[in-house]
Design a protein around this ligand. Structure first.
Ligand SMILES: [Zn+2]
Length: 269
């Protein structure tokens, strides 16, 4: 098994760019790496390096047909755990809930609201996961610094990400219900955020608004499509720059928020 400290979970933002091939300073060390996991064969990973740091990356949260999203996530995080991954960046397009947001705004969420029904997603349940500062403050800071270097539009350094199951988008009534409770809505932050904490890795996410939440304003599929294609280089550059500038030693408290479970006898049985 390979050993790496860093990983990037690609989402809709980098999908059209064959990330991270063709990005400055990136070397692809191995392509099409698959791993046999207890949850089925993993999606394809790439092992890459940038700025002297090696990292694993996979496409579109590992989602593919014939595999549940829960299993895709478990395959990815089982692999990360085996590889010793300690820092994870993810990205993805989201809908707006806060009526001040526009398509092409960037947000680095600092909290989330999980409305998905994928509640039972874990690897082995040995830990009590305290979800305070679930999105690593240190990695969020790195994303913010890098986003400012590459993007002249609006960047929100905090916000609440509501997670829904999808694949469909939300109804106007669902967006109305979320208003006041979340700023953006998407489908990938959970269970990734739990699984990252379970394997003892820091996790942060870069979200970019691709459409208005239903009922807020009329939005166009054309604009959404353009954002995915036009901004893939931007999103990739921000992630790679943040990774390059993350020091090897952690200065956050994420690890103190994972405790041995008090229900040990259940999991030892
Ligand atoms: Zn952390």
């Amino acid at each position: 098994m390979i050993h790496v400290d860093f990983a990037i979970i690609g989402g809709s933002g980098t999908l059209s760019s064959d990330f991270p091939k063709n990005f400055a300073g990136v070397e692809v060390l191995a392509d099409n790496l698959f791993f046999e996991t207890p949850y089925g064969k993993s999606p394809a990973f790439r092992l890459c390096s940038v700025g002297g740091k090696e990292f694993l990356t996979c496409k579109m949260h590992g989602w593919r047909s014939g595999v549940t999203r829960a299993d895709s996530s478990r395959q990815i995080f089982w692999t990360f755990r085996e590889a010793g991954v300690k820092r994870i960046f993810s990205e993805g397009g989201v809908g707006s809930v806060n009526h001040l947001l526009n398509p092409r705004d960037l947000m680095i969420p600092d909290d989330y609201l999980d409305l998905s029904t994928r509640k039972d997603v874990q690897l082995d349940g040995r830990y009590l996961l305290i979800m305070r500062d679930a999105l690593c403050p240190e990695l969020r800071g790195k994303l913010l610094t890098s986003a400012k270097k590459f993007f002249t539009g609006r960047i929100f350094e905090r916000g609440i990400y509501a997670v829904t199951d999808g694949r469909h988008f939300e109804s106007p009534a669902e967006i109305a219900m979320l208003k006041g409770h979340a700023d953006i809505v998407g489908q990938s932050l959970a269970p990734e955020v739990y699984l990252a904490r379970e394997i003892g890795a820091c996790y942060a996410n870069l979200s970019f608004v691709v459409n208005y939440g239903e009922g807020l304003r009329v939005w166009s599929h054309e604009v959404m499509k353009n954002i995915f294609f036009d901004d893939a280089a931007l999103i990739g550059n921000i992630l790679l720059d943040a990774l390059k500038n993350t020091p090897d030693d952690k200065s956050c408290d994420c690890m103190s928020l994972r405790k041995e479970t008090l229900l040990k006898e259940i999991y030892d049985a």
